[in-house]
Design a protein. Structure first.
Length: 373
């Protein structure tokens, strides 16, 4: 549920709708508050669509809902002046809020033009590199990134489960059902191998050379951890730090703050080889990445021993199922060739080399992930 101030604001808005003639009950208000709790309560767009989805039950009431929303949040109807000013000052709300007009003179072409402009603006923002984004654009990208859902690939286990069809019979179940029929022949039952999601391990470079990308990549790791079950997150600069526990926080800002406190070498030097070697010897040996997808996010600028990096990459490629490298320097260049020493050493052991410089490249990785079998 939102905090008490926002809850009071939502309840007052429900009262405004009742005064406008809409049938809004207590249960509808509770559902509205629950819906807003999963969104951003300071965003007018989220408030509008959450209310329209939960508080409007008849198509004829949409016009009155729009009028009441404009009067309450954009006029002088709100009882909390401070919250109203904060909502009006929200740059995202001003840029994205487009309440459908109900005036008889408006045409469908105008609505389609507005929606098309909004879609093209968001698409352009997705292809904008993280270092080139303004703080407001980065905030908008983080809100979009929070909705990304990772679907790890599946693998068949050695254990089996009952199924309607399969490759091997189930004698125990077949005999048991036959005994229930007093020994009469019954249908043949089958078993098939169970399917499990492969684990995903994210190893993020937070050194000084990755300062423009590290926060966005950690935000992506937070979304991945909340959407998929078996996701482990590590950070490294000069040493390796496990931050999976920090990523379990519901709020992204709090999760990133806890991760920054845990990793004391933030924006420092880079020792990729020593960090990966520590992962292989400590966590990889325990089977953390066995049969899983390991994703390394780094620019490949290594100040350590090249032989240590080569040995660590060779062992890591044998321990995991697929090894993916996200290099922001790759960008959108299809003919990218590694130019740093660390990247050249790691390239022969990498199964898939992608970019991580913008949101579109991260969405591309999320789309390719289910097919890494």
């Amino acid at each position: 549920m939102p905090d008490d101030r926002f809850t009071g604001l939502l309840v007052a808005f429900a009262g405004e709708l009742r005064a406008a003639g809409l049938a809004v009950g207590t249960g509808d208000v509770l559902i509205y508050c629950s819906a807003v709790s999963t969104l951003d309560p300071s965003d007018l767009t989220d408030l509008y669509w959450a209310g329209r989805s939960t508080l409007v039950s008849r198509h004829d009431d949409i016009a009155r809902y729009d009028e009441a929303f404009r009067r309450f949040f954009l006029g002088d109807g709100s009882p909390d002046e401070e919250l109203t000013l904060m909502l009006r000052a929200s740059a995202q709300g001003r840029g994205a809020l487009a309440i459908p007009s109900t005036e008889p003179g408006d045409s469908d072409e105008e609505d389609e033009a507005v929606l098309g402009w909004m879609a093209s603006d968001v698409e352009a923002l997705k292809h904008k590199s993280f270092p080139a984004c303004t703080p407001e654009e980065l905030a908008a990208l983080r809100r979009i990134m929070a909705r990304i859902r990772l679907t790890p690939p599946r693998r068949r286990t050695r254990r089996t489960a009952a199924a309607r069809t399969g490759s091997r019979p189930d004698p125990r179940r077949t005999v048991r059902e036959s005994m229930r029929m007093h020994g009469e022949p019954a249908r043949l039952y089958w078993r098939r191998r169970r399917v499990r999601l492969r684990p995903v391990v994210l190893i993020l470079d937070i050194s000084g050379s990755m300062a423009d990308y590290s926060r966005s990549l950690l935000q992506f790791a937070h979304s991945a951890k909340r959407s998929a079950g078996r996701v482990e997150v590590f950070c490294f600069g000069t040493t390796l730090t496990r931050v999976t526990g920090a990523m379990e926080c519901r709020r992204p800002d709090e999760a990133l703050e806890r991760a920054a406190r845990a990793a004391f070498d933030w924006d420092g030097g880079t020792r990729i080889g020593e960090s990966l070697d520590a992962f292989v010897r400590d966590w990889g040996r325990r089977g953390l990445c066995r049969g899983g997808i390991v994703v390394i996010c780094s620019d490949g600028l290594d100040r350590g021993d090249p032989e240590v990096l080569a040995a660590a990459m060779e062992r890591l490629s044998r321990q995991c199922h697929r090894l993916v490298w996200l290099n922001p320097h790759k960008g959108d260049d299809p003919g990218f060739r590694p130019s740093t020493l660390g990247m050249m050493i790691a390239a022969p052991h990498v199964d898939l080399l992608l970019s991580g410089h913008d949101l579109a490249s991260l969405e591309k990785f999320a789309a390719l992930l289910p097919g890494l079998n």
